[in-house]
Design a protein around this ligand. Structure first.
Ligand SMILES: Cc1cc2nc3c(=O)[nH]c(=O)nc-3n(C[C@H](O)[C@H](O)[C@H](O)COP(=O)(O)OP(=O)(O)OC[C@H]3O[C@@H](n4cnc5c(N)ncnc54)[C@H](O)[C@@H]3O)c2cc1C
Length: 375
């Protein structure tokens, strides 16, 4: 389904969502795009790519769930638990959309005081949306930035990357995903201009592979179409270069912004670990939204949940770099807190120690793409 017909068809069901303060994504207000953005640049500032410029390395664990994010509602004694976890490699991209679904379900319980468990991107966006619905919200979390998975993400628009197994993409799942994806996308457009929380930039895909999306989950027209560039339209040595502009989220300032907004609107954060369901049951709030990411595996005994690890290396920031690059063996993305190198995904890997061989592989891949570049 293309975006225009999807939006027309789903306009009614999204009415509530848009009434909560996110403006309509009607075909007429598609202002953020211009076809010329698909063209490249003949010269680009040069990345200073060298191992001695690495300032930080992380290995984050994507909360991958075989059947995709869990959003159902269950009762635990007197408490209503709304789940919102298991976003794999798409948590930043889908957070506003699944947050909207979960917050609407939690608000429908009629409870005024809501506990959100988890202070990652999913918990923070859900908590803000509940506040916008007039609820009084406390976030309870074992850990916050910078120790959580959300602090170890690349931070790009990738709404179906490592999201679920294809066999679980039912028509109902697709409808949920389209609603979440569309709502999130529009929310991010409304965050443009808030300093550098969200930016659009050219994305050069060299020799044919960007981080993969799930082909069955796609809305036409959100991103500009990928454009194959002629030799005159890009500065790289490779002949096989595609440009598709995309969004980048500056994670530290973005998480800080959400936390500050949450506190400014009267929210409270309490550091607390829930080891058992009895711990949850002891909360005084009767409405609970579970945004514990991979933590839900132990807490709710969810056998569908597993980690998919991803290693990132951060180079000293270069504010002049205004493009991202993907190659078959690694990518580089400029953020305010560094040039982020990454590109691996290891299923069922709980090991969070950076592997020097992975660092070498990504540096070599990016170096190959940059050799002979016009700058
Ligand atoms: C290398 C890498 C690159 C990525 N790149 C992207 C990208 O480009 N775009 C994108 O959209 N997504 C990306 N992701 C995925 C994204 O980071 C995750 O989907 C997202 O961060 C999950 O957010 P979350 O809030 O569910 O989980 P988390 O950030 O893990 O937060 C969970 C919260 O729950 C708390 N918690 C857990 N268990 C308990 C408990 N028992 N008691 C109390 N509190 C608990 C934690 O302390 C934490 O506060 C990437 C991930 C990785 C690792």
């Amino acid at each position: 389904m293309d975006r225009r017909s999807f939006l027309l068809k789903s306009g009614a069901s999204l009415g509530l969502a848009f009434a909560m303060g996110v403006s309509s994504c009607s075909p007429g207000n598609n202002l953020y795009r211009g076809s010329s953005t698909s063209l490249g640049a003949r010269r680009l500032p040069r990345v200073k790519l060298s191992p001695d410029r690495i300032i930080k390395e992380t290995v984050g664990l994507r909360p991958y769930r075989l059947s995709g994010p869990r959003l159902d509602v269950e009762m635990l004694g007197q408490k209503t638990i709304v789940h919102n976890y298991g976003h794999g490699g798409s948590g930043f991209s889908l957070s506003w959309g699944t947050g909207q679904i979960a917050a609407t379900r939690a608000a429908a319980t009629g409870h005024q005081e809501i506990a959100v468990i988890g202070c990652g991107i999913v918990g923070l966006t859900t908590a803000r949306l509940l506040q916008q619905m007039g609820k009084t919200v406390t976030i309870y979390a074992k850990e916050m930035f910078p120790k959580i998975t959300s602090s170890m993400a690349t931070g790009t628009w990738s709404p179906s990357h490592l999201l679920c197994e294809e066999e679980y993409i039912t028509p109902e799942f697709k409808t949920m995903w389209e609603q979440a994806c569309s709502y999130s996308f529009q929310t991010y457009q409304n965050l443009l201009g808030y300093g550098d929380l969200v930016t659009w930039m050219d994305h050069y895909i060299i020799n044919g592979r960007a981080p993969s999306e799930t082909p069955k989950l796609h809305i036409d027209g959100l991103l500009p179409e990928p454009k194959e560039l002629s030799r005159r339209e890009h500065p790289f040595k490779s002949k096989n270069v595609v440009n598709q502009p995309n969004m980048v989220f500056n994670i530290p300032s973005y998480l800080h912004h959400l936390t500050t907004d949450f506190l400014n609107f009267g929210g409270k954060v309490q550091i607390k670990e829930f080891k058992t369901l009895e711990d949850l049951d002891a909360l005084w709030e009767d409405g609970v939204v579970n945004c514990t990411g991979l933590g839900a595996k132990a807490l709710f005994n969810d056998e569908q949940l597993m980690p998919i690890s991803g290693q990132l290396s951060f180079l000293i920031p270069q504010p002049e770099i205004n493009y991202r690059l993907s190659t078959p063996h690694g990518y580089i993305i400029p953020r305010k807190d560094g040039l982020v190198l990454g590109g691996n995904a290891i299923r069922n890997n709980w090991n969070t120690t950076p592997n020097p061989e992975q660092t070498k592989t990504v540096i070599a891949a990016i170096n190959e793409a940059l050799v002979g570049m016009r700058s």
